[in-house]
Design a protein around this ligand. Structure first.
Ligand code: B12
Ligand code: SF4
Ligand code: SF4
Length: 371
């Protein structure tokens, strides 16, 4: 199996059994019960299913777990009063498609080598399965205090994928004796204090959740902490000593030049005025996920945080003409920081006119000079 995987570019591959992941299921249920998933309702739909690989393919006898390194070697980020930062996993093409497609080819290749048709299902992120728990069981790595699966000697800049197979493969043993020890850098350096303890993340405070998964407004008290992160966040991995030795990915589709790369021009982003134009710009990249309204919401927050005064004309247009209340409201917050006089003038006009209560609240806050 490993040879076939390596031929397809899966340098790191291991095997897990399909037994239910009972301990991890309990951890997931406790996490859900505490409401730490925020509005990711799909995670709460059927937690038992997430811990049973065979629920996704009843004939499954083993799971091949792969780890794919994404781009890691970042030049220091400079906002230059104009750019927002993109998390590394999202620099290239959409990994769901890229990795899923190669896993499909791996299934075909394994069938060819076995000389029989193989029943298989490939999974990358989207399916209801506890992928980290399976990776740990397969021996790919251990879970750090930042909740990431860390590969021994290679760190955590790795995405996970799985191939459920109706083939009995010998499971590979879990990693023994590796842990974070007394380190707690990720817990201390998270910009929003999103960790409630080692290995326990409250997604509602996590910038990755807020900028990608969350559909509503960014809570006012977390906007400044968002800093320059316009899509995702890498802080709890950047500070991790296990990630000292990042190197360029061997997957050309995941390199910066294949997608949006490490930074986003905020003026250009805030000037995208239709969903069509948004799709044309971001189709096939992870940045399509939050849709135009989510990404422009983020861009507005970051514009204020990095002092992007060049975005003021685009922000004024968003306030005046954008069809999405989410965008109009956040554009107000940005303008209130970048050009308070303009924000106040527009607010006086908007407050009696705008049909949306969230936008009126943001306009009022701009008028009052709220932080
Ligand atoms: C929902 C989700 C998120 C949420 C919540 C993250 C979280 N930590 O729970 C948000 C939006 C915040 C998020 C952010 C990110 N995500 Co995400 N996310 C997921 C998703 C879809 C489900 C995770 C989940 O079920 N969370 C619920 C918690 C309870 O489960 P868990 O994180 O898997 O934790 C397990 C272990 O930690 C362990 N565990 C934890 N506590 C305890 C306690 C005990 C006693 C035991 C026994 C076990 C245990 O068991 C848990 C359940 O198995 C997975 C894909 C998947 N289907 O699994 C990707 C996934 C975890 N994300 C991934 C990535 C890359 C990211 C980001 C780095 C993206 C970015 N740069 O912005 C950040 C990292 C933030 C962070 N520190 O987690 C990768 C992680 C790869 C890796 N090396 O670990 C995954 C696997 C996607 C993939 N296929 O590659 N993500
Ligand atoms: S991704 Fe960023 S915000 Fe989320 S837990 Fe890690 S450091 Fe905190
Ligand atoms: S930063 Fe330290 S505590 Fe956090 S995951 Fe890395 S080694 Fe573990």
């Amino acid at each position: 199996m490993r040879a076939a995987a390596a031929d397809l570019g899966f340098e790191v591959a291991a095997v897990a059994s399909v037994e239910p992941l009972d301990r991890d299921r309990a951890a997931l249920e406790a996490w859900l019960a505490a409401g730490r998933h925020g509005d990711m309702g799909y995670l709460a739909e059927d937690p038992a299913r997430r811990s049973r690989p065979s629920a996704l393919l009843p004939e499954a006898r083993s799971v091949v777990v792969v780890a794919v390194e994404h781009e890691t070697s970042a030049a220091p980020f400079v906002a230059e009063g104009r750019y927002g930062r993109v998390a590394r996993y999202a620099w290239g093409r959409d990994y769901h498609v890229v990795v899923g497609e190669r896993l499909g080819r791996l299934a075909d290749e394994l069938g060819r080598r076995l000389g029989r048709a193989v029943r298989a299902r490939s999974l990358v992120d989207g399916a209801p399965l506890l992928e980290r728990a399976l990776a740990v069981r397969s021996g790919l790595g251990f879970v750090g205090k930042n909740t990431m699966v860390i590969l021994p000697g290679r760190g955590s800049w790795w995405l996970l994928g799985e191939l459920l197979l109706d083939v009995e493969l010998e499971p590979t043993p879990p990693v023994e004796g590796l842990s974070c020890g007394s380190c707690r850098r990720c817990l201390d350096d998270c910009p929003t204090a999103a960790f409630v303890g080692p290995g326990a993340l409250d997604a509602r405070r996590c910038l990755s959740y807020l900028s990608i998964e969350h559909r509503g407004p960014i809570p006012r008290e977390l906007r400044t902490a968002m800093g320059a992160w316009v899509f995702g966040c890498d802080v709890c991995q950047e500070v991790c000593p296990f990630n000292r030795f990042g190197k360029p990915t061997r997957w050309p589709e995941l390199r910066a030049e294949a997608g949006v790369g490490p930074r986003l021009d905020l003026v250009a982003t805030l000037s995208i005025d239709t969903d069509e134009a948004f799709r044309a710009r971001f189709r096939g990249t992870p940045l399509a996920r939050p849709k135009r309204r989510g990404l422009l919401r983020n861009a507005a927050v970051v514009a204020r945080n990095v002092g992007a005064t060049a975005t003021v004309p685009a922000l004024r247009d968003r306030v005046l003409f954008d069809p999405e209340p989410l965008v109009r409201g956040h554009a107000y917050w940005a303008l209130a920081g970048l050009d308070p006089a303009l924000a106040r003038a527009l607010a006086r006009w908007t407050i009696p006119m705008d049909p949306d209560p969230f936008v009126r609240d943001e306009a009022q806050a701009a008028l009052d000079g709220a932080p």
